[in-house]
Ligand binder design. Sequence first.
Ligand code: PHE
Length: 337
Amino acid sequence: MEEVLSLKNSFLEESRTVTSLAELQQLKVKYLGKKGLVTSKLKFLSGISPELRPEYGKTVNEVKGYIEEQINRIESLLKKEDHKKRILSEALDITLPGKFTPFGREHPINKVLSEITRIFISMGFEVEEGPEVELDYYNFEALNMPKDHSARDMQDTFYISDDVVLRTHTSPVQIRVMEKKKPPLKIIAPGKVYRCDADISHTPMFHQVEGFMVDTAISFSDLKGVLESFIHSFFTVDTPVRFRPSYFPFTEPSAEIDIGCPFCDRKGCSVCKKSGWLEILGAGVINPRVFEMVGYNPEVYSGFAFGMGVERMAMLKYSIDDIRLFFENDMRFLKQF
Ligand code: PHE
């Protein structure tokens, strides 16, 4: 009997160290489980003299009841505490300041690229793209620059292998498009090009927009009309334009197109090297040799082509004097556009 009663105290003592529901469950099993300390006391019942038996039974049941009550009390306390802890840990402090996420914006080169593209699309041109890692055949050979041609400047080309280069211009897209489509064609091809060159006005990677038109009666005057409209739309309507004879193996005749220097109003300054003019484009009437390479009949078809440097256009439009600024990603520079 005494042993039974002492279970009350030992339970009380042990229950004080309980800090979690799991621990409480263990304690419950220890005392009230099938083989628990209290339960096992009932097994002695049959060995106790009949006159003491009712009282012994009553005591065991009372202790059992007491322990059950305690367990329920502790359980509800622990549950309350758990709840409190969860509320605290999940609480949001809505008075804290938010996290600042800076906005990106369009890079000036992409901005100028879209502007150029938009103007040509408005004139009915379609946009095509070609690979930056290009076959020597498309970059040179099919553009009338065979292996021994002097216009292939070895120093300027990044060679991947004998037959594969990083394209040095967007002109190979002319060939790729003409190989798969029939005239009439009115195409522009914007993209990245690569040359082994780096100084204040050259970066190893830069952007070009190629343009060309092929049909049955295209002449140099169409080239003039398209380019003048473009220049007046991109710069200002009164920007002076000059066509100057030049040479490209894939056009004949060829021209370089200058605009009146916007830095000095054609008076002559350091940017235009006192000439009053700045070169912005290479262009010309497509060489019949190029048509032969793609299987077009040069007796039937004629066309013009041009290529412009996007960085150059951006520098002129925004009066930027160092091309490297575009690629340094200095926020103070990029924010201005
Ligand atoms: N591909 C020439 C260059 O990069 C530019 C050009 C394109 C000239 C088309 C004529 C016709 O210099």
